[in-house]
Write a protein that binds this ligand. Structure first.
Ligand code: IPT
Length: 984
């Protein structure tokens, strides 16, 4: 891809603004991605969060994109916009608003009703993206229309009864073009089949890309690398589908996600760890990949019910940047090593991939090694990607290289011994590589970076695993001085200076003449090195990446964000921003001007002295901040019953009557009127139904078939008597729907049962709603209804089984006319306390009905729901970035706790906790949602499934590793408090 006339490797990380609804932190993520050496971010936008009410598109507040665009520009990150309308992304309905589920014709199809439904959103988001295009001075360089729109009705899957969807694709593209989008359109093909490749017909795009998730999703067995999706022929398929565009992996597995009742997120991180980055990314380069996007690079949070039923609140994804915004050192650094290499290796951009071969002569016939050449065209540089023939191998394998070079065929190492490839590792060896005008004949050690200063000195940074033997060679006059310690061997072999060493934990340096300094690093030591671009004097480029920019190389610690050498200081001051988690030595390994004499770190002057290797250096002291987390057990909490619906005389007259005799849903009705929640505008959080009937004296129970999505549960009452609660556990664990007959209890003197003929009764069903499923390719399954699918009163009078019950329902207050415009259409569910707005700051806790009760010590009695709310103050010292998480203590000794809780922080739902299914117990809440320097409101809804009641075994606010940080402190998001609602 060529940007402003410069050929660039697109290295992009996926990051969704809607999963970090604290806009003041977007710059932090962009900077952390930029410091990886990436130059781009790919992002989805989520239609369902901005058009909850049909026709009213609201890109405001935390949903506004303008702040996202300006933060990207400030960090110098190009953007790949992926506005859908369908996005998948593990979000409810794959991003579609709930109301689209009522559309008659197949979603993503060619029906007029569907196509018209996307108009308002596509036009609005298209206009916002168009304004932010590079052609208008903004960061957006590419746009993806739709998502993986390929194994789709009418595209490949002709047996689905839908018209040809090429027209739907073309229609959507036209909406975006009409909104002013002029940058290239791209596609991410799910199955690498050439769908929508340039020239393939109506709806074809400019840039053909593929998706790939080779390690799949079995986070319960993270050590098992599946082999059935390991790619071996992508250079051939790309040549076949799109020979005239760069090979583009538009989504590559950067982790994986989990849901309720699974083994948890940590396994996903372990599955797609730094070893996966080493082996699988390098395999991609072996196909000559020149555009790359890693899904996810920062995952974030499924706050406010935005996720689909298969996921829990965390969308950490095992990504390089964790949900709490910490960098995951090993994985993040591995990505940083690779991205920086390609930044300084322009020869790769015109190199052509050959075929991988096991036991090739290039590795002396060693059958345990696979080697893939990627051969230079415009430059003579060749790249050789080496991995184990069995890419899952845990063995250490020895090999020699036999490579053609400008100095003839060389057997490498030339001096002693063999090279070593450790288990689950892969290497990029280079030949005839240009180090800023100095010709390197080969290097077996991998290149992190090289830079050239204005006086012509090159600094080359090489790295390898501990104990690995490595060798490089330069074509250099034999009288050149060569200096190094005795642990390094050097030898002149005819015109070649050959240097060999074994990687040690401590740095070794080789000085060749006056123009070249080579640093030999242990990989884990290289993790501490940062290559930061200096801002361009060309204002059009500014902080964006450009091959013509100068950079500094700094050895530091946890994170460096930015570097500049402002002219106003006479060019003497290097300004760095970054984060430390411990007292950290900083060394200026390379700065291009030769003028720097002083250093500012996060705007504080740091004394510089020369280190033993001669670099200007300093020590930055770290003092851990004093933190004073609240003790939730001893705070005073206000409490209100949140299930008054089962009280005698509860008035549901203003609830929605579930009286539509028909549905547009493909799921055929089994009830006299539809009870599908989406038919009445309720799409998230939880659902409440009240079924009224007049008894004929013979009813003995009720059959209920409900659907709430994987991990849902329900509680059923007859008048105020609890009949049955199903907690989502066995026997139907994680079922998306469940059917059972629930008997009415035998008579008790205190209860109004057995039922008396002629009297009115009400069955109340409170059920959880875990988020609509994503689309299943080739079907309209996304519309699978939530709510009551079927019911039947068991009575002797069979003709009355269904007909004599009249149902009313509610979900979030107002349904699609949702009340909380600040937090969007999905933040609230059907619970009484949510409908009243009691989860918000400043609830009316002195009103009747409220009492003092603690969720930890007291909890709730019997099967019911309670809302607990309190406030606490935080005062995190200035200058520190301290990620905070709410942690539910899981009392495993007590066995399964039959309860579920929602966590609201300043009104924002940041946790859905299912005690008996888990696995998630730690809920990070970003600063901005949490006020780190002031008062916060925390509210908890606690739903007990047990007659014994429920309490939280414990709840704490825990600080993750504190950082003395160069981040910009985020503004608080809007935190509208409680106001009296016309609630019902
Ligand atoms: C791919 C989707 O495009 C993306 O939105 C997300 O859902 C991802 O999967 C999984 O996390 S689709 C997959 C079939 C490659």
């Amino acid at each position: 891809m060529i940007i402003r006339g410069e050929r660039m490797y697109i290295f992009s990380g996926e990051f969704h603004p809607f999963r970090l609804p604290s806009p003041g932190l977007w710059l932090d993520i962009f900077q952390k991605i930029k410091s990886l050496g990436f130059n781009a971010v790919s992002f989805y936008t989520y239609w369902g969060l901005v058009e909850g009410e049909p026709g009213s598109v609201q890109f405001d507040g935390v949903f506004a994109l303008t702040g996202f665009f300006s933060a990207a520009a400030e960090a110098g990150i190009y953007l790949i916009a992926r506005p859908g309308p369908y996005i998948n992304a593990e979000v409810a309905s794959g991003g579609f608003p709930g109301w689209t589920l009522r559309i008659q014709s197949p979603l993503r199809g060619n029906g007029t009703d569907f196509l018209q439904s996307i108009n308002a959103y596509s036009t609005a988001v298209g206009k916002l993206i168009a304004d932010a295009q590079i052609t208008n001075g903004g960061p957006v360089v590419m746009v993806q229309v739709e998502n993986e729109y390929d194994t789709w009705p009418g595209v490949n899957n002709s047996d689905f009864p839908a018209p040809l969807n090429r027209q739907a694709m073309a229609y959507t593209q036209k909406l975006f073009r009409d909104a002013g989008i002029v940058v290239p359109f791209m596609h991410n093909d799910h199955l690498n089949q050439g769908n929508w490749a340039p020239g393939s017909g109506l709806g074809a795009v400019d840039l053909y890309g593929i998706d790939a998730y080779p390690l799949r999703y079995d986070c319960a067995h993270p050590d098992v690398w599946p082999t059935y999706r390991f790619p071996t022929d992508w250079q051939k398929t790309h040549e076949q589908w799109s020979p005239n565009t760069p090979f583009f992996v538009a989504e590559f597995q950067g982790g994986s996600a989990t849901g309720f009742g699974t083994s948890g997120q940590d396994g996903c991180a372990a599955l797609v760890n730094m070893e996966a980055v080493r082996v699988l990314w390098k395999n991609n380069y072996g196909f000559g990949m020149k555009m790359f996007n890693v899904y996810m690079t920062y995952g974030g949070t499924n706050w406010g019910n935005l996720g689909y039923m298969g996921g829990d609140t965390s969308y950490d994804y095992g990504a390089a940047i964790k949900e709490n915004r910490h960098v995951w050192r090993e994985k993040y650094s591995e990505e940083k090593l690779q991205a920086n290499f390609f930044k300084v290796s322009p020869a790769f951009l015109t190199a052509v991939a050959g075929n991988a071969a096991n036991g090739s002569t290039l590795v002396g016939g060693n059958k345990d090694i696979a080697i893939t050449p990627v051969l230079g065209t415009e430059d003579k540089t060749n790249f050789y990607i080496v991995r184990h023939a069995d890419f899952t191998s845990l063995n250490n394998t020895q090999y020699k290289l036999q490579l053609p070079t400008s100095k003839g065929n060389l057997t490498i190492p030339q001096l002693d011994g063999k090279l070593t490839l450790f288990g689950r590792d892969s290497k990029i060896h280079v030949t005839d590589y240009d180090v800023g005008g100095i010709h390197m004949i080969y290097s077996t050690a991998e290149i992190f970076t090289w830079q050239r200063d204005r006086a012509g000195k090159r600094t080359l940074v090489l790295y390898g695993g501990e104990g690995e033997p490595h060798e490089f060679a330069f074509d250099i006059p034999s009288n050149t001085s060569v200096q190094h310690r005795s642990t390094v061997k050097s030898q002149q072999l005819s015109s070649l200076l050959v240097v060999q060493w074994s990687v040690t934990r401590s740095r070794q340096i080789v000085k060749v003449g006056t123009d070249l300094e080579v640093l030999l690093l242990w990989r884990n030591e290289a993790y501490n090195y940062w290559v930061l671009e200096l801002p361009s004097s060309n204002p059009l480029i500014g902080n964006y990446s450009s091959p013509s920019k100068e950079s500094v190389i700094i050895k530091a610690g946890y994170l460096l964000r930015t570097a500049s050498i402002p002219k106003c200081s006479g060019g003497k001051v290097l300004k760095l921003t970054g984060d430390i988690n411990a007292t950290t030595d900083v060394e200026i390994i390379h700065e291009p001007t030769g003028n720097v004499t002083s250093l500012l770190f996060n705007n504080r002057p740091q004394p510089l002295t020369a280190s033993s290797d001669g670099y200007l250096s300093t020590t930055i002291h770290f003092d851990p901040p004093r933190l004073d987390p609240p003790d939730f057990r001893s705070l005073t909490w206000s409490f209100i019953n949140s299930l008054p619906e089962v009280n005698n005389g509860y008035d549901d007259s203003r609830w929605t009557a579930s009286d539509h005799p028909n549905t547009t849903n493909p799921e055929p009705l089994r009830t006299p009127t539809t009870l599908y929640a989406s038919d009445y505008g309720y799409h998230s959080g939880s659902l409440l139904y009240r079924g009224h009937f007049t008894s004929d004296g013979s009813e003995t129970g009720i059959f209920l078939n409900t659907s709430g999505g994987s991990g849902y549960g329900y509680s059923v009452f007859l008048n105020s008597t609890h009949l049955r609660s199903w907690d989502g556990g066995p026997p139907a664990q994680r079922n998306r729907s469940f059917a059972e007959t629930i008997p009415f209890p035998p008579p008790l003197s205190s209860r109004p049962i057995p039922l008396r003929a002629g009297e009115e009764y009400v069955v109340t069903v409170l059920m959880d709603h875990m988020g609509q499923d994503e689309e299943a390719p080739g079907t309209d399954a996304i519309k699978a209804p939530m709510g009551i699918l079927d019911f039947s009163l068991l009575s002797q009078n069979t003709s009355r089984n269904k007909t004599n019950m009249l149902w009313k329902m509610t979900g979030n207050l107002g349904g699609e006319q949702y009340v909380d415009k600040t937090r969007g259409p999905r933040n609230e569910g059907a619970l009484f306390a949510e409908r009243q707005g009691y989860h918000l700051p400043n609830p009316p806790t002195t009103n009747p009905g409220w009492s003092q009760r603690n969720p930890i010590g007291d909890g709730v009695d019997g099967v019911t729901v309670g809302l607990f709310t309190t406030t606490f103050e935080l005062n995190i010292p200035q200058g520190y970035d301290v990620p905070l998480s709410f942690v539910f203590h899981n009392n495993t000794a007590k066995g399964r706790e039959n309860s579920r809780a929602q966590l609201f922080v300043n009104g924002w739902q940041f946790g859905k906790y299912v005690a008996n299914l888990g696995p998630q117990t730690t809920f990070p809440v970003p600063e901005g949602i949490l006020n780190h320097n002031g008062v916060n409101t925390v509210a908890i809804t606690l739903w007990s499934f047990s007659e014994n009641g429920a309490k939280l075994p414990g709840l704490s606010l825990e600080a993750e590793m504190p950082l003395l940080s160069g981040y910009r402190k985020p503004d608080l998001v809007p935190m509208d408090g409680w106001i009296q609602r016309a609630a019902y």
